[in-house]
Design a protein around this ligand. Structure first.
Ligand code: ADP
Ligand code: MG
Length: 727
């Protein structure tokens, strides 16, 4: 046993960084080498086809079959030249991760040979055998088919020998079975609603894009050590392990020098990411030991989401080439910081205006305030839903812990913006607003300094950071689409309501700018409860938030109910993003996934407790008992008793703790049996949350105590000090 452990540690220590050759070209030359982007479309498609495809990408114009055929032909030509032999529809099912089924390009040529073939039909639509993807009961047997359909707005790319075509995944009856379909609908909804509002200020605006810049946090663990931790292997996190004597107290890791082996991994990852068109830019150490972050330059939201899914897959692959495993779990280690994925989000027009950034003139600033206040309103009205959009069995360990956003959604605005809103709210004098000439908007000067805002409140889950909002509660493992669907759809609804109210005032004869200001003034008052600049980690905030009527629920299965409130359903249906039926089905999937994750963890913990921990502790205890007996035969009774007193204590402690562990593992199995009998997915998930999760914590507590007293030589599982410090 001990031999295995030390062999593992030795391989880790002896690993040399892999040398990563820099490509001969400059990054700007190999950037997007494997992407069928506009430049390649232009080269490989006939002029007319190119124009039609661009119109479809930029304006959502439908593509007919003939055009699709020609696009497929050009795409295939490029892919084959790049060495691709296969193609796949690449989609995001409701599990975390992506799905793909590879088909070769080859077809019979009718003359007994084979030829490379790829038609528009194969590009546009496929029918993956979908019955094994979660669907929440939407696909019962008679409608058991689903299909994937091409998303021209996200470019195809090549991984290894396969051309990957981003697609949506829907049931034959039309319901979405993935993340991308509702995301595209939410983006279209916010585009329409925001464009309408922008036209109050500039009638030339035709389109509003949502932008997303994610910051991916992750841990790296040596592959040898990882292999010796069945819990990491099977659940992505450590289910046991006592804190190392040193972890992040000295704060010596954050922004510190990057270890050579890690740097080699990062370099390799960045080169491959750039070749796939992912504009990676920032890398640094994070707060916890062995924790790092990677961030690209922000992109259009749909593309950014695809790129994040792609980079997570790429990280897993490249880490293995460097003898690492990457941990994307939100909380792989107890007692050190978890990993999140800040979603930096903003809106911008096709005329080049960033709507979340202050402008120079009073009118520009009124537009800025309009979008800020509408965002706050949307977040206020749907704060429970936004929390649901980032909640999962794994992120639950991170939220509300003393390092990550609390399980309450609120928004930080900073001193300057808070003052501006206060000023608008309090000034009632609209007299000087009417008349076109010499119109004076009562909008205070917003210093440009706001843009390089250093006023950072790290405890806020939804913070304004100068020219964007930063949704910090998103989990490191999550598909960003979930948060982006909820946020953009909620804003689409709010902007439409805003426009309705402004138009109503204008219909009564109120001047446009003054109508906008009146509605804003009212909304600033309404959404006040969501605005909180204080310490989000504090206990006082929890009490205060409850008083303000914000959603303070902490049980993940219950938080999911937020998707099915009448307000949420109405919002999703009004914006055309999801129907009641889809929402209901998706919640079934969410509850089922929650249950399965906890179920697997509970099983692994039970197995480890029974097969590793109790046998080792008992073996060590037997040695102690042997020692006590020998002391007794060596020394007179009184002296022997004194000499063996400490060992007697250890023997007793081990007996008590192992008995507790055994009893509770049995109880946990019984608890699972009861929960598994429940038919209702929600009730089952609640039972797992309420009964099984606390038992796992209790069992862990005693295991971690045993780790402290049992002979280190005997302990087979690599400890935190090894997992976190060997690199
Ligand atoms: P920090 O760690 O200080 O929050 P980073 O520079 O690491 O900031 O990352 C911020 C992310 O926000 C990057 O992906 C960046 O491209 C993105 N970002 C910057 N401005 C905007 C914006 N207006 N809209 C969306 N994302 C943005
Ligand atoms: Mg950030």
């Amino acid at each position: 046993m001990s031999k295995l452990r030390f062999r593992v540690v030795e391989t880790a220590f002896s690993k040399k960084p892999v040398h990563v050759e820099s490509p001969k070209e400059r990054p700007s030359e190999y950037f997007a080498k494997y992407v069928f982007n506009k430049e390649k479309m232009f080269r490989y498609l006939p002029g007319k086809v190119y124009d039609k495809l661009i119109d479809s990408i930029e304006n959502g114009a439908p593509l007919d079959r003939n055009v699709a055929n020609e696009v497929a032909e050009g795409m295939k030509k490029w892919a084959v030249e790049m060495g691709a032999t296969h193609y796949t529809h690449w989609f995001h099912p409701l599990t975390e991760g992506t799905a793909e089924k590879h088909d070769a390009f080859v077809e019979h040529d009718g003359k007994g040979g084979m030829m490379e073939e790829f038609t528009g039909k194969l590009l546009v639509q496929q029918e993956p055998d979908a019955s094994s993807f979660p669907n929440g009961g939407i696909r019962n047997t008679f409608e058991a088919r689903g299909y994937s359909a091409w998303d021209p707005s996200s470019p195809a790319f090549i991984v290894d020998d396969t051309l990957c075509i981003p697609t949506i995944f829907i049931a034959y009856t039309g319901e979405s079975l993935d993340y991308k379909a509702p995301l595209l609908k939410a983006l279209r909804a916010v585009d329409k609603a925001a464009t309408d509002v922008c036209r109050y200020f500039d009638p030339n605006v035709k389109k509003v894009n949502a932008y997303l810049g994610w910051e991916q946090e992750y841990f790296l663990v040596d592959e040898g050590l990882y292999a010796a931790r069945p819990d990491l292997l099977l659940t992505g996190r450590t289910l046991m392990g006592h804190e190392a004597s040193k972890n992040q107290q000295l704060e010596d890791h954050y922004f510190g020098a990057i270890p050579a082996r890690v740097a080699a991994f990062m370099k390799d990852l960045e080169i491959e990411a750039l070749k796939l068109g992912i504009p990676v830019k920032t890398r640094h150490n994070e707060v916890a030991p062995n924790q790092f972050e990677l961030a690209p330059i922000y992109e259009e939201c749909n593309l950014a989401v695809d790129h994040n899914m792609l980079i997570m897959a790429l990280m897993r692959k490249i880490a293995r080439n460097h003898g690492f495993r990457v941990l994307l779990h939100e909380k792989p280690f107890k007692g050190v910081n978890g990993s999140g994925k800040h979603n930096n989000w903003s809106l911008g027009t096709d005329t080049g205006v960033m709507l979340m950034a202050p402008g120079k003139t009073a009118e520009e600033n009124l537009r800025f305030i309009t979008f800020i206040v509408n965002t706050l309103m949307a977040v206020y009205r749907h704060n429970g839903l936004l929390k649901a959009s980032i909640s999962s069995a794994t992120n639950a360990h991170r939220l509300g812990a003393n390092e990550a956003p609390p399980a309450i959604i609120s928004s930080f605005l900073g001193k300057q913006l808070s003052q501006v809103l206060k000023h608008i709210e309090e000034s009632d004098d609209l007299g000087n607003l009417s008349g076109k000439q010499g119109m004076k908007l009562d909008i205070p000067q917003i210093p440009e300094l706001l843009i390089d805002n250093t006023d950072r409140n790290r405890t806020s889950p939804f913070a304004f950071t100068g020219n964007r909002f930063e949704f910090r509660a998103v989990g490191s493992e999550a598909n960003c689409a979930s948060a982006m669907i909820a946020l953009n759809a909620a804003l689409a609804e709010q902007l439409a309501d805003f426009k309705r109210d402004v138009d109503a005032l204008m219909a009564q004869g109120e001047e446009k700018m003054s109508a906008i200001l009146s509605v804003i003034r009212r909304d600033i008052k309404t959404c006040k409860p969501i605005h909180f600049d204080g310490n989000g980690y504090s206990e006082e905030w929890k009490a205060e938030a409850a008083k303000r009527g914000l959603d303070c629920e902490t049980s993940v299965p219950v938080i999911f109910d937020n998707y099915l409130t009448e307000d949420s359903i109405a919002m999703f249906e009004k914006t055309g993003v999801m129907t009641r039926k889809e929402l209901e089905a998706r919640n079934e999937v969410k509850w089922e996934m929650y249950t399965k994750k906890i179920q697997i963890e509970a099983r692994v913990l039970g197995d480890l407790a029974m097969n590793h921990i109790i046998p080792i502790a008992t073996q060590y205890q037997t040695g102690l008992i042997d020692n006590v007996y020998k002391l007794r035969s060596l020394f007179p009774a009184e002296k022997a008793a004194a000499l063996s007193a400490k060992n007697m204590e250890l023997i007793e402690e081990i007996a008590k703790r192992t008995a507790f562990i055994k009893e509770h593992v049995d109880e946990m199995v019984a608890g699972r049996k009861v929960a598994n009998k429940l038919d209702d997915e929600r009730a089952k998930a609640v039972a797992y949350h309420d009964c099984i999760v606390p038992m796992m914590e209790e069992i862990r507590y005693h295991i971690d105590k045993l780790e402290l007293i049992v002979d280190n030589q005997m302990w087979t599982l690599p400890k935190y000090r090894e997992l976190l410090f060997i690199r």
